[in-house]
Design a protein around this ligand. Structure first.
Ligand SMILES: Cc1ncc(C[n+]2csc(CCOP(=O)(O)OP(=O)(O)O)c2C)c(N)n1
Ligand code: SF4
Length: 284
């Protein structure tokens, strides 16, 4: 299918030059290619939190759900549990899913929920005009830290690998092809897939030139994504402060998903499972 078929009539209000444009394009390309490979367009569901990133659900013609700030994971988990045929993809800001909603993110990884979480990691709270977030670099000067942040940034890639996510990747909005390929792999993955997308905020934190210079593909170093220790080591190569930035799929393993284990292969709508308490009684 052509990506224009995914266009909506909504007026786009992202700032010119925003990294969100590249992310939107790569995601549309991924969906279009998956449909060409046999995926059903009606079986995609997008969710978002609140922020600049969240407007992506207005700009792509797919089933969607606007959630609350930091709360995209609970409805995503519920949707997947109710209908396992759906491809459930959550879009969140770094302030959203790594700040306000961090506990949900960690527990989705721990459970290995069969959903995808895409972080528009601009490393600031964008919509509220540039306050620091958990991934802002040390010394970051913004609206809430005029003297510079004194905290070290969080490394979400390392955190997600350690928390139990079975697919963990990082990419950059300046590399549309890598982003698209990673989105496709993540959607096909059975289990929790997490993608940290480095997304420059043109207005409040323009990191484009740095990422363009410092990002490299970990496959150049023959990375083995099935090796936990190697994945953690690779994730620690960049601490979100400076230096070469590894991108690509850090970790990918097969493990029963939360839904599979919880429902023991049965669909929630199946006649022989009457109530939620029956499901909870099901032995794994
Ligand atoms: C519970 C709650 N807290 C705070 C806000 C205010 N708020 C709206 S958007 C936003 C910033 C969003 O930043 P981020 O999640 O990083 O996304 P971005 O705008 O950068 O894409 C905040 C704090 C809110 N809407 N709800
Ligand atoms: S404020 Fe930043 S993140 Fe938000 S639309 Fe503008 S450039 Fe993009």
């Amino acid at each position: 299918m052509k990506i224009d078929e995914l266009k909506t009539n909504a007026v786009n209000t992202w700032c010119p030059g925003c990294g969100n444009f590249g992310l939107e394009r790569a995601f549309k390309q991924a969906v279009a290619e998956l449909v060409d490979e046999g995926f059903n367009l009606n079986e995609f569901v997008m969710l978002s939190g609140i922020g600049c990133h969240a407007k992506i659900v207005d700009y792509i013609k797919l089933n969607s759900f606007y959630s609350l700030h930091g709360r995209t994971i609970p409805p995503a988990t519920g949707i997947k549990l109710a209908n396992q045929k759906l491809n459930v993809i959550s879009f969140a800001g770094d302030g959203d899913a790594l700040g306000e909603g961090l506990a949900h993110t960690i527990f989705a990884a721990k459970r290995n929920s069969n959903i995808t979480l895409i972080i528009h990691d601009n490393r600031i709270y964008g919509l509220t005009t540039g306050q620091f977030t958990p991934t802002s670099p040390k010394g970051f000067k913004g609206r809430s830290t005029p003297q510079g942040s004194v905290e070290d940034p969080m490394n979400p890639v390392e955190l997600m690998i350690a928390s139990g996510a079975t697919f963990v990747a990082r990419t950059f909005t300046g590399n549309i092809n890598q982003m698209k390929e990673i989105f496709k792999q993540a959607i096909k993955h059975k289990g929790f897939s997490f993608i940290d997308v480095l997304q420059p905020c043109f207005t409040y934190f323009n990191t484009f030139a740095v990422y363009q210079k410092d990002c490299y593909d970990i496959m150049e170093k023959k990375h083995d994504p099935s090796n936990f220790n190697q994945a953690i080591e690779r994730a620690r190569e960049w601490n979100y402060n400076g230096g070469p930035i590894p991108t690509g799929v850090f970790y990918k393993i097969d493990k029963p998903s939360f839904e599979e284990a919880e429902l023991k292969g049965k669909d929630l709508r199946s006649k022989d499972i009457a109530t939620i308490s029956d499901i909870l009684k099901t032995k794994i």
